[in-house]
Write a protein of this length. Structure first.
Length: 189
């Protein structure tokens, strides 16, 4: 393949540095970046092959473990993603059933572990009905009225309104707040 006189701006796929490529097919800035990328590719392929062979090797054992009622602590850690200490702690607390058959021969009931990870039904919360604010003349307080009625500092009242996200309406220099919402807060409801 011939070289062109064009300089094609590219970014190296290995080191992410910009460089000028001489061909359209160039992916790496230097030979060392090319070699590093090749080594990484081979390493990933090797790991994938090892993983597949390991899975094929233990496929029957995995199927056997999934059919047994009692499994070892090590098998439980692999199957359920728990640490050995957690499994032993659950046995001591009585959360799961465990049987000690001798030194390092603790067996746990698989169904107990499966029940730990079953779906938990959450009680449905009641829908909160949000009242629309009523900003009519007789149904609102001003900040100064609230502070004089409930003996609170105007800054405290303002912070309370912001914290509870109470809607306000500003008319001129007055800020109006619905009476029903303020009364609920100061009544402790």
């Amino acid at each position: 393949m011939g070289f062109s006189k064009l300089k094609i701006p590219r970014v190296c796929e290995q080191c992410s540095k910009p460089f000028e490529a001489k061909t359209v097919m160039t992916r790496f800035c230097t030979l060392s970046c090319n070699n590093k990328a090749l080594k990484e590719k081979k390493k990933l392929e090797k790991e994938k092959v090892e993983k597949d062979t390991l899975l094929q090797k233990y496929k029957n054992k995995i199927a056997e473990v999934q059919n047994r009622e009692f499994i070892s602590v090590a098998e439980a850690t692999v199957m359920f993603g728990l640490s050995k200490d957690t499994v032993h702690r659950y046995i001591k607390r009585g959360i799961i059933t465990g049987t000690n058959l001798g030194s390092r021969l603790t067996r746990v009931k698989r169904s107990d572990l499966e029940n730990l990870f079953s779906a938990v039904e959450m009680p449905e919360e009641e829908e909160i009905i949000i009242e629309k604010p009523n900003f009519e003349v007789g149904n609102c307080y001003t900040i100064s009225e609230i502070s004089s009625k409930f003996y609170a500092d105007p800054g405290t009242v303002t912070n309370l309104i912001k914290r509870n996200k109470i809607p306000t309406k500003k008319v001129g220099s007055f800020v109006y707040v619905p009476k029903n919402l303020i009364d609920k807060i100061f009544d402790g409801k």
